[in-house]
Design a protein around this ligand. Structure first.
Ligand code: ZN
Length: 369
């Protein structure tokens, strides 16, 4: 009997008490105690999910029964306060506190040194929780949908940080010190009030994803285009994008350009022996169409096409493409997947495709002042 139970609730067992209408932690503590009574007392739950209850506070006593806990989900309760005691959880790596009413974190939160991931989204935080600055191993921080107005310069202390999610807050600026987060791969500051992106961001050599949609950006630092690591950037619903669309007009190519395109596209041979040097130079200045499935060229008159691409909409990246004709993307079979699907599979890109991606990245919407 014992061996069967032991197998069912071996170390690493999950304990779920989600959606039970609990108003206090007492019945949950009793549940944990009874599980441990039934089992070998050494077997503590490793994961505890007490989300979707009616808890208003977490008492210190509660933590003392959970010393082996690794993952704790207290999301979607009514917490306004967590009493000190988290430091009693020396193995805690993940805590989910989203969907509560927290204004602050307990004093001993910093001592929770094993913590790697914390979700504080959808709470009532008005300031970035300074307790997080003291956690040396913190890799992922989610603070979506709070009321945070400022990102303190102390953010630079969070040197292990890989993911920082600050979407839907009240940030009007980012500090230069954010560039000191050398391991940060994903920065989300969409749905804020940013009017600019600090040049320092361009020094973040491991930044892969930068989410800036729904802000007040008028320009971007051009050095952003030099960032080799950056594969995803979203800019939808910023003034710089809206203005581009409003002011954009397509021009019609001249007859001279059309003739030159025919020469280049048709592979007609020419040299300085049969053409004037100026014409040779002109023919040599052709630009390859950005449509990877098109082998066409253009000279002065290209057709600019902006793809708005991000996580919220149906596109992900707002590239500015230069096409040989307005019909180019429709005329070439397979073009659609080549354009809109390319970045989804960037991990298994061939060398050529990576180069292509980098080339497109350089064409991401530039400051339009
Ligand atoms: Zn083309």
């Amino acid at each position: 009997m014992f061996s069967t139970m032991s197998k069912l609730f071996a170390p690493g067992m999950d304990l779920r008490a989600s959606g039970k209408q609990y108003e206090s932690t007492e019945p949950i503590s009793a549940l944990v105690a009874s599980k441990q009574q039934t089992l070998n007392k050494v077997d503590y739950p490793r994961k505890l999910n007490i989300s979707r209850n009616l808890l208003q506070t977490i008492s210190s006593d509660f933590f003392s029964a959970l010393t082996g806990i690794v993952e704790l989900d207290i999301s979607d309760n009514r917490l306004k306060l967590i009493e000190p005691g988290l430091a009693q959880l020396p193995h805690l790596t993940t805590i989910d506190l989203r969907g509560n009413s927290l204004h602050t974190l307990p004093d001993d939160f910093p001592q929770c040194s094993s913590l790697e991931e914390v979700n504080l989204g959808e709470n009532a935080l008005e300031a970035f929780p300074i307790a997080l600055f003291s956690m040396p191993n913190l890799k992922k921080v989610y603070l979506a949908s709070n009321k945070i107005t400022k990102l303190p310069s102390e953010i630079k202390k969070m040197t292990s940080l890989e993911v920082l999610f600050l979407g839907d807050n009240r940030l009007s600026a980012l500090p230069d010190e954010i560039a000191e987060l050398a391991n940060l791969g994903s920065l989300t500051v969409s749905h804020n009030q940013l009017t600019s992106v600090p040049l320092a961001v361009c020094e973040m050599h491991n930044l892969v994803s930068l989410q800036l949609h729904n802000n007040r950006l008028e320009t971007l630092p051009p050095a952003l285009l030099q960032m080799v690591s950056l594969h995803e950037i979203s800019l939808r619903n910023n003034p710089l994008v809206s203005r581009f669309v409003r002011e954009h007009v397509d021009e019609v190519p001249s007859l001279g350009e059309l003739a030159a395109r025919a020469v280049r596209n048709g592979g007609v041979s020419y040299s300085s022996e049969n053409l004037p040097p100026l014409l040779v130079a002109y023919l040599d200045s052709s630009q390859r169409c950005d449509n990877p499935a098109c082998r066409g060229v253009y000279f002065h008159t290209s057709y600019k096409q902006v793809k708005f691409v991000d996580f919220c909409g149906k596109y992900r990246i707002p590239f500015l493409h230069y096409l040989c004709s307005p019909q180019c993307h429709q005329a070439v079979p397979g073009h659609s997947s080549a354009f809109s699907g390319q970045s989804q599979s960037s991990n298994d890109d061939t060398g050529d495709e990576s180069e292509q991606e980098r080339r497109k990245m350089r064409r991401v919407l530039l400051p339009l002042t």
